[in-house]
Design a protein around this ligand. Structure first.
Ligand code: DX5
Ligand code: ZN
Length: 221
């Protein structure tokens, strides 16, 4: 099922509350929260305190994308701050299996992100346990980059594996999604769509949300 997850990274933090209200009014189901530590990726963003404070203002599903090393250090704190989906990069941890179990034990959904150069084989044995797989369609670290079409093979393969084995994960794409590239990702089988600049940077956010929803409908997603 189609879910839009606008990325907070592209929001105007001076008017964060209004921006969240605008997304709620547009019936957006998820909000994508990019957490960066300046080590796993060459950029810093925001952390737990922002997640905690915006939790008070919205019922949207918190889709937390951790671009940090050793994400297991913060799993309890993110759960407490109101995270619904905890997504980590496979290279960032030494024991992904244990972390997936811990995420679930804390009542969150478990997701793993794949950087453009990271193959599906690195997470293959965890696929039965996952609620979502995030396919990066740009190098993680910054918003506003160009969509990498060569990642569609991975999306297609994940959809194939899911139907072959009866897995249940959603397939999320993140980076460079706009009304044009949206068609490509739907055609390949993604259903959870992160969009930073295309949605938060749009002149009319709700019109852009509607435009995305219409495309999802056209593709039966
Ligand atoms: C990049 C982040 C993305 C980013 C997407 O590391 O993971 O979520 O906000 O931004 P756009 O949609 O502008 O590429
Ligand atoms: Zn992200």
């Amino acid at each position: 099922m189609y879910k839009l997850a606008p990325s907070l990274l592209a929001a105007d933090f001076g008017i964060l509350k209004q921006q969240l209200e605008e997304l709620e009014r547009a019936d957006v189901p998820y909000i994508h929260l990019d957490i960066m530590d300046g080590v796993f990726v060459p950029n810093l963003s925001f952390g737990l305190s922002v997640v905690q404070s915006i939790r008070k203002y919205t019922k949207m599903v918190f889709d937390v994308h951790l671009m940090i090393i050793e994400p297991e250090r913060y799993v309890e704190q993110f759960a407490k701050a109101g995270t619904d989906i905890f997504c980590f990069h496979i290279e960032a941890t030494k024991n992904a299996k244990e972390l997936v179990a811990k995420i679930k034990e804390l009542g969150m959904k478990a997701a793993i992100a794949l950087k453009p150069a990271t193959p599906i084989s690195t997470i293959e044995e965890l696929l039965p346990q996952l609620d979502m797989v995030l396919v990066m369609t740009v190098e993680p670290g910054f918003g506003g980059q160009k969509f990498m079409e060569d990642q569609m093979e991975k999306v297609k393969k994940l959809a194939e594996l899911r139907s072959q084995h009866d897995y249940h994960y959603d397939i999320e794409v993140d980076g460079g999604i706009n009304p044009q590239t949206l068609k490509t990702v739907f055609a390949n089988g993604a259903n959870v769509i992160v969009a930073g600049s295309a949605v938060m940077g749009a002149e009319d956010i709700s019109a852009r949300v509607k435009e995305f929803a219409q495309i999802a409908k056209d593709y039966n997603i």
